[in-house]
Design a protein. Structure first.
Length: 318
């Protein structure tokens, strides 16, 4: 299968724009066709689920209903964002396991002329597609500029490997899929013990001290293991590690300088794609040391443009 439905999520248009750019850039050489779901809406992240369950899951399920209408032969929705992946998967699972709740969600969807039968779609992360659909041999065959000598700490975060409803990952606490991808790129992969630990999530603006403590554990561990870079799997982990690293350093009087990039960045570099095309230059912590180590050009730092509003005048049907 080379066609998948893409649920990008809000982050891909703002703080994770570099993730989106690098994702699309590597799909070309791999022959993967990601078709964006039309008129998608926010997955609700984490906050809305704590307010009211039925409207929160109706918000999520609307995306699944739209995906079914657009499917045209494919059942797979790829959600590169960890939070989006988790919410879409949870929605499908809860509607399937709790039929009465599923009926309530569909009642809300009916107000907008939509319906979703749980189990119709497969919700998957891009990493899962790379490893289990495409395969590591094909991935390795596209490598033209191996990441030789680059020490990488693989970081999945806590939302992708668990809860693993469909048993897609090798281990919920210590999965090896990201490690295996990075190894075929030619990188020296660190056996990183904090690969599925929390990055602080949304605690950064709510309780900075708690967030900084969690973030400091991750970044200092990567530094102690002499990593050149941390390869993140999703926008939240990358944003906290990169965007809030300065605040964490001031809080702990630390001089650690640890680049945090998306794993698709490293795939793109190994494929011979230029750093600027992959979105390098949008990060806060400079990636100059790792690009210089690989003998690659260092793009100028650029500010991400403001995301365009997606809200329709009439709002959502539910």
């Amino acid at each position: 299968m080379d066609k998948y439905l893409l649920y990008p999520g809000c982050s891909m248009e703002s703080n994770a724009k570099a993730y989106y750019e690098s994702l699309l850039a590597v799909c070309g050489p791999l022959g993967l066709n990601l078709e964006e779901i039309g008129d998608w809406n926010c997955c609700g992240a984490t906050e809305y689920l704590g307010v009211s369950l039925t409207p929160a899951y109706a918000l999520i399920a609307r995306n699944l209903a739209l995906a079914v209408n657009q499917s045209n032969g494919t059942r797979t929705v790829v959600a590169p964002c960890s939070a989006c992946y988790l919410n879409l998967a949870k929605c499908d699972y809860y509607m399937r396991e709790r039929p009465q709740f599923g009926d309530q969600v569909n009642e809300a969807l009916a107000a907008g002329g939509l319906h979703y039968d749980p189990g119709t779609l497969l919700i998957r992360h891009f990493l899962d597609v790379l490893v289990n659909d495409l395969g590591l041999d094909i991935l390795k065959s596209k490598v033209v500029r191996p990441l030789k000598g680059l020490r990488v700490a693989p970081y999945l975060g806590c939302m992708v490997p668990r809860p693993d409803y469909e048993h897609r990952w090798s281990n919920p606490e210590y999965p090896n899929e990201l490690d295996r991808v990075l190894k075929v790129l030619g990188a020296e992969v660190i056996d990183f013990p904090l690969k599925t630990h929390c990055c602080g999530g949304h605690m950064t603006p709510i309780g900075p001290e708690t967030a900084y403590r969690l973030l400091h554990r991750l970044v200092s561990a990567a530094d102690q293991y002499e990593a050149d870079v941390v390869a993140a799997l999703g926008p939240m982990g990358q944003m906290n590690g990169d965007g809030y690293q300065g605040g964490m350093k001031r809080h702990y009087h630390s001089d650690i300088q640890m680049p945090i990039v998306f794993f698709t960045h490293l795939i793109g570099l190994a494929f011979g794609i230029e750093p600027k095309q992959l979105g390098f230059g949008r990060e806060f912590v400079s990636t100059r040391p790792l690009l210089t180590k690989l003998g690659m050009p260092v793009p100028e730092t650029v500010a991400a443009p403001a995301a365009k509003p997606r809200k329709k005048p009439e709002g959502l049907p539910m």
